[in-house]
Ligand binder design. Sequence first.
Ligand SMILES: Cc1cc2nc3c(=O)[nH]c(=O)nc-3n(C[C@H](O)[C@H](O)[C@H](O)COP(=O)(O)OP(=O)(O)OC[C@H]3O[C@@H](n4cnc5c(N)ncnc54)[C@H](O)[C@@H]3O)c2cc1C
Length: 427
Amino acid sequence: MKKKKLVSIKSSSYDVVIIGAGAAGMAAALTLSQKGVKVALIDREDHCGGILNQCIHNGFGIHEFNEELTGPEYAEKYIISLEKSPVDIFLHTTVVSVHREKKHKTVIAYSGLYGVLSLECRTIILAMGCRERNRGNIGIAGMRPSGIFTAGLAQRLINIDGYIPGKNIVIIGSGDIGLIMARRCTWIGSKVHGVVEILPYPSGLSRNISQCLNDFGIPLYLGHRVTKIYGKNRVEKVDIAPISKDESNTSKTFSIECDTILLSIGLIPENELSKEIGVLINHDTGGPYVDAHFMTNVDGIFACGNVLHVHDLVDFVSEEAKKCAGFVFDYIKKGESKELQGNVSVGANVIYVIPNKYATDTDNTFYLRTFILKNNATLTLTHNGKVIKTRKLIHIQPSEMIRFTVEKDVLNKADITPGASLEISIQ
Ligand SMILES: Cc1cc2nc3c(=O)[nH]c(=O)nc-3n(C[C@H](O)[C@H](O)[C@H](O)COP(=O)(O)OP(=O)(O)OC[C@H]3O[C@@H](n4cnc5c(N)ncnc54)[C@H](O)[C@@H]3O)c2cc1C
């Protein structure tokens, strides 16, 4: 990012302050600035782009740009437009608190470049992304040697800082980051001895199983768990046992010698700041509850991207952020929406639906996940048991987010009692 965008103020006033300059924050900032809104975009890192900067593999941008890009290439497309825009970008700047008084908000941030910043605004977009679950979250028995990394940290060490985390690696969890790292570690000359997954099916995308494990002959131990970690100073080996009837079958335990363990066991939306501001968190997603306009329970505070729910594809992060920005614009121009919204509830086989409400003044795109693995499934939207819309899904699995758009005409023709609940289910 060129220095010309750096601003030299300690206190200023904006229409919108966006916290986080990853894919979500960048797309929201650009959308709003193109509509003439005064925007501040803040990130603690020294570059815009967020997690994209360390994802040097391809597979980004197929929906958004109709071409296959690496993470930094995807980010660059937004960064070039941001540099030409009037958005004030504060890098190396961490938001530490937000103060609210009625509709007025003050964002406090610490910056290596500007000192303490105090930015006044009426609206805030939360776009802080997510963080990785670690060993403490799953409680693996054994010793506490060095050599245990989360997969995303290892990715940053290799792709940005230029370090090799280890030579002989076992990966715990078959999430996408772990799969990508199995291939990355193989490419840098390390030996990946296997990926151990507690579930009977992989957690990552099918294309990553094929391109990151199968193409390199890396074993995937489905329905297995690492039961113990050994090593005094550095990791020396792990014990692995198959699972039968929810228990580790210790009679079939085997060991793999290794010096490094990578954990790819899920992501947690980064909402410590949100909670301090009073934003209500949905335990099914780990992100805020939002209405049909992506506004949280706190008036004037919106959320999008991985801070709201963990996405598998960045294209849908950008799409969601642009939609959110459109609603933020309406809020700034027209004030709080008086339009009656109804709840969207989760029916059979659905883990969560975002947003948590629908509106009849706009097309509604719902983002959801299921906990079943199935071919030829049917997604159904109902109101009081009456079917409003269905969609056939060729294949569904927990790792793949489902997108489902319901046009406002469909809702308006459905004769819905104002403010009544809708339900989304999958069979
Ligand atoms: C390893 C990995 C591989 C992936 N592979 C693919 C792929 O192949 N294809 C694909 O389409 N998608 C992929 N994705 C998904 C996609 O990249 C992400 O979903 C998307 O980039 C997330 O964007 P975001 O803006 O929500 O969050 P992030 O990119 O995480 O951005 C959040 C930003 O907020 C900043 N921040 C947080 N808190 C604060 C604070 N208090 N103050 C200031 N700044 C703060 C952070 O520094 C960060 O820059 C992958 C993701 C990962 C992690």
